[in-house]
Design a protein around this ligand. Structure first.
Ligand code: SF4
Length: 248
């Protein structure tokens, strides 16, 4: 009997090229559709639902990456998978990273870590860098801000340390939400206890995603929340530095 192997498919929102923010060098950044969290400051509400994404095979993604391979390789970059939440589609993510490693491309996974348990060791072996978004170190704030629990993300962080996968932490600074001194200190102490954190990116909250909420006909919950001033941003970076971390 003849058997056919179905190609691995996933749902994608879009792709883009970026420099400096989604991992080292110039990168091919693929936005996957679907996310289990609902962060109040989310800049990409158009990626929340997997059903809205375009069904795509790993081969089709790789054909697109291939067009840019010489350019991103020369620019010291690679491929970043983000979303949405890339770990909502772990087989698709793993399939793309496997093919990238066969081509010698650097791979970065941008994730909240909420679904870290879905990332198999094989996927993480093909992951050169994890951009781990830790949205708050305060359990209650984390739940109010994201709708989810903090503990899966912290468990994923310690697992990545155990596996020796390098991590860049992303911390979105939202006045009145994530600027609490004790919570920042707690996160700094936690991260200082790990051996795989290369840097902590403190990212000032912005409202560039607001028009997307308008287009979708939903309320942007932080529309009236101020963006952080440079002094506050520097204070938080300094708090991380006091724990011996490289904060940018
Ligand atoms: S995890 Fe990312 S994509 Fe999902 S809601 Fe939060 S900010 Fe948006």
């Amino acid at each position: 009997m003849k058997t056919t192997v179905e190609p691995v498919t996933g749902r994608i929102h879009s792709w883009d090229l970026s420099t400096g923010v989604d991992g080292p060098g110039t990168r091919f950044v693929l936005f996957l559709s679907g996310c289990p969290l609902r962060c109040l400051y989310c800049a990409n509400p158009d990626t929340w639902h997997m059903r809205d994404g375009k069904r795509t095979t790993v081969d089709e993604v790789m054909a697109e990456i291939e067009k840019y391979r010489p350019f991103i390789t020369t620019a010291g970059g690679g491929v970043t998978l983000t979303g949405g939440e890339a770990l909502l589609q772990p087989a698709f993510t793993a399939g793309i990273f496997r093919r990238c490693k066969e081509l010698g491309l650097h791979t970065a996974l941008d994730t909240s870590g909420f679904l870290g348990a879905r990332a198999g060791d094989e996927l993480l072996a093909d992951t050169d860098l994890v951009l781990l978004d830790i949205k708050s170190f305060d359990v209650r704030t984390y739940r109010r801000l994201t709708g989810g629990d903090l503990s899966p993300t912290l468990n994923f962080a310690t697992r990545l340390d155990r596996l020796g996968v390098p991590v860049w932490i992303r911390y979105v600074l939202v006045p009145g939400w994530t600027d609490d001194m004790a919570a920042v200190d707690g996160l700094g102490a936690f991260l200082a206890g790990l051996g795989n954190v290369d840097r902590v990116d403190v990212l000032p909250f912005h409202k560039l995603g607001a028009p997307k909420y308008d287009a979708l006909g939903i309320t942007f919950p932080l529309r009236d929340t101020p963006t952080p001033d440079p002094h506050l941003t520097e204070r938080v970076r300094e708090q991380f530095r006091e724990h011996g971390l490289r904060a940018l």
